[in-house]
Design a protein around this ligand. Structure first.
Ligand code: ZN
Length: 182
């Protein structure tokens, strides 16, 4: 039996047949696609965006990603680091409002040796946890139950993010301008 919960080894698994273009990076392709609902983009910031993981181990597993294609957190511009951190905080608040978890895992896998499934575009995992979530996973056994609820989770989180104060959301077009100037 697979480990029930390994938050630092969670994979991004695309469930669509679309082929990545641009630079063959799904995390660059998603914000470029302008299909936020289809791709389950929750929030676009100035320099980073929030994405609902398509193959979560837990309901509400989100990721924060800079638009910039880089594997090196240590080389991110200060402004991007600030916004990634800011979006982590926003994500915690939105998840609290939408899903009432009992705790969280927050963190990064950097490099394949660090367990990253998409190693060349860094991303921060924010995973809500519940006191009894391990027993829940033992009961369901598979992640498919959660995957089927992704659309509902997406809608709840979209609403929760929209209700947060002070979130500056950018349009897909405006976000692309940031990409172009990077
Ligand atoms: Zn990328």
């Amino acid at each position: 039996m697979e480990p029930l919960f390994a938050p630092w080894r969670m994979a991004w698994v695309s469930q669509t047949d679309e082929q990545p273009t641009v630079n063959d990076c799904v995390f660059c392709e998603v914000p470029a696609a302008r299909e936020d609902r289809e791709n389950r983009v929750l929030l676009r910031g100035e320099r980073a965006y929030v994405l609902l993981n398509r193959s979560p181990y837990m309901t509400g597993h989100v990721m924060i990603l800079p638009y910039e294609h880089t594997e090196e957190y240590q080389s991110l511009p200060d402004e991007t680091v600030r916004e990634v951190s800011h979006l982590q905080q926003r994500s915690l608040r939105a998840l609290e409002a939408a899903l009432s978890p009992d705790g969280f895992n927050v963190g990064m896998n950097l490099g394949t040796a660090g367990g990253a499934s998409v190693a060349d575009h860094l991303h921060v995992h924010v995973v809500p946890r519940w006191d009894d979530d391990v027993s829940f996973m033992q009961m369901t056994g598979e992640t498919s139950v959660i995957v089927e609820a992704l659309d509902e989770t997406y809608e709840r989180l979209r609403t929760a993010f929209a209700d947060l104060d002070g979130v500056r959301e950018r349009t897909p077009e405006a976000a692309l301008e940031v990409d172009a100037s990077a």
